[in-house]
Design a protein around this ligand. Structure first.
Ligand SMILES: [Ca+2]
Ligand SMILES: [Ca+2]
Length: 214
């Protein structure tokens, strides 16, 4: 037993001594393969440099590749995500907030005091010049939401000609016009896929979503 213990202690001492000199004799590590702004004109997928000119992997100057989402696509010359001007855009009123009463007469939207019955009538530009008119379903609420009634138009046309949104409270005889908003889309809104509108005091907010038309 004492002999085994002695050998154990000796081996620890020797190993400890060996550890100190280890680095001197071993070969230098192979250089790391890296993707950097200096080494890559496209974008980096992990440590691999790829061209960076596709919708799924877009980027330049050795940044991390990103996917171009929504209405954006990879601009192959700049190798950067940018609004896809060739896309057909579906314009969908998503939600609105209406004032509690009609600000024109400070009376309830409907005589029985119930919620307004809200419809958005959309006018979208078309290449022929005659606007395309669509309507959302009727939703009885001061904060209506919709998932139908979209209209679609080419992105390039939407940057040149405004859309028009007429908000109505449907009534038995004559509908109340809550308000009408004309809006020319911006590149930023196309990129974001969303437009935040308002027409106070009757319409504190009206949100419209922009998606790729199917
Ligand atoms: Ca009414
Ligand atoms: Ca009504």
């Amino acid at each position: 037993m004492p002999r085994i213990l002695f050998l154990a202690v000796l081996s620890v001492v020797l190993l400890g001594a060996d550890e100190g000199g280890c680095g001197d004799s071993s070969a230098p590590p192979p250089p790391l393969v890296e993707c950097t702004p200096e080494s890559c004109a496209g974008c980096c997928q992990g440590t691999t440099c790829i061209p960076g000119n596709t919708t799924n992997a877009c980027g330049n100057s050795g940044i991390y590749c990103s996917a171009c989402l929504g209405l954006t696509t990879c601009d192959v010359e700049r190798r950067a995500c940018a609004p896809d001007l060739a896309a057909r855009v579906a314009i969908q009123p998503a939600q609105a907030t209406l004032s509690t009463q009609d600000p024109n007469d400070n009376l309830d939207w409907d005589v029985d005091g119930s919620a307004p019955d809200v419809v958005v009538e959309l006018r979208c530009p078309t290449p022929s010049g005659e606007p395309l008119v669509t309507r959302t379903p009727e939703v009885s609420s001061w904060t209506p939401q919709w998932t139908a009634g979209e209209c679609a138009a080419p992105a390039a046309l939407l940057l040149a000609q405004p859309i028009e949104l007429k908000v109505l409270d449907i009534d038995a005889l004559v509908d109340d016009e809550v308000g009408t908003i004309k809006h020319l889309l911006t590149l930023e809104e196309l990129t974001a896929g969303k437009v935040a509108l308002s027409l106070p005091p009757a319409i504190p907010s009206l949100t419209v979503t922009l998606t790729r038309a199917r």
